[in-house]
Design a protein around this ligand. Sequence first.
Ligand code: NCD
Ligand code: ZN
Ligand code: ZN
Length: 422
Amino acid sequence: MSLVIKGASLLGQQTRDLYVDDAGVLVDEAPSGAETIDADGLVALPGLVDLHTHLREPGREDAETILTGSQAAALGGYTAVLAMANTSPVTDTAEAATRVWELGREAGLVHVQPVGAVTRGLAGEELAELGLMHRSRAAVNVFSDDGKCVHDARVMRRALEYVKAFGGVVSQHSQDPALAGPAACCHEGELSGRLGLPGWPGIAEEVIVARDVMLARHTGSRVHVAHVSTAGSVEVLRWAKARGIEVTAEVTPHHLLLTTDLLTGYDPTYKVNPPLRPQEDVDALREALTDGTIDAVATDHAPHARHDKEHAFVDAAFGMLGIETALGVVRTALPDLSWSDVARVMSTTPARIAGLAEQGRPLEPGSPAHVVLVDPDTAVTVDRDASASLSRNNPWHGRSLTSRVVHTVYGGRVTVRDGALA
Ligand SMILES: NC(=O)N[C@@H](CC(=O)O)C(=O)O
Ligand SMILES: [Zn+2]
Ligand SMILES: [Zn+2]
């Protein structure tokens, strides 16, 4: 089915029509018999790419499936997601990775790119089948034990050396387990003491970021820092980038807008790893994203079933939803970020980090038609029950966010039309 997207403003700049042929590629001239999408007043961006999504299938299909997570992603304006490996079983073999990739293709709403585990069973000891996962049909390029930190420096060094051979990257969940143990759930500071919650100090993140930067320099391999949350980590990244070390980093939407003081109500919706931080950290993260020290926004969409989340704060699961609301949160947190910067941090750069050649491409003839059309100024009030996700741990419920995803086009196919699944 060919398309004419009429009157969109490309990256918020010049207004032009976009033409998509029936092979799903952007072309020069209007194809005959095309469906027309009226995009008057809308901003066109390349489809968003999420470096960090938890789809929960296989194993926790009560919290999310590859299909429902893909639906949520499309509604958020995404055309590709990297599906984290902390499923059950873990994505630590070529067979497991290929299965996730196939289920993504069957769902057909976004490109689902499996992330491979760094270590077998996320146990932090033996390397997983990194090479076999890379050479499988899933072509895994990003490896992560996310949910857990690869805390043994020798294992991390070997993983970096291994993936260097094929240009892969290790995405690290930076949490020193001795400085922030499994119960740590509130930013360590005056408030954690007052609330009586186990503290998760920023230094537990920063020491791992610093160590990994040095391992990246030593091995000449690539490290990606997942969900950066502190000003100290930003300083380390700035230092490393100034020296040309191959490190990239992501920040989540929630760490750009929410702060520790939300924990005073002990609502487990706000329990997330790493924890929400004070305003000084939030300010440093915003500045770092704007100046390029942090490369990308990644959602860390972490759906959890009610019976895992509805507990006393210390017992509840870590994680919050984020893929349907990411663009609105970024626009609300950083209203002055230009649309070309939004495209850079939410599409072009994440696609490059993940090695997805078909994604994050400029909206020009020859590119695959992965496009999101956004109403830039409309405020939307989030309703957690209107979500495509199977889970309801949505920290944005009832909040007003700027901008609305109106249409999403994945490979020339309209996946979202007028804000609803097509
Ligand atoms: N972010 C979270 O709080 N939770 C993630 C794991 C992770 O990203 O570390 C999850 O899998 O639920
Ligand atoms: Zn993590
Ligand atoms: Zn995660």
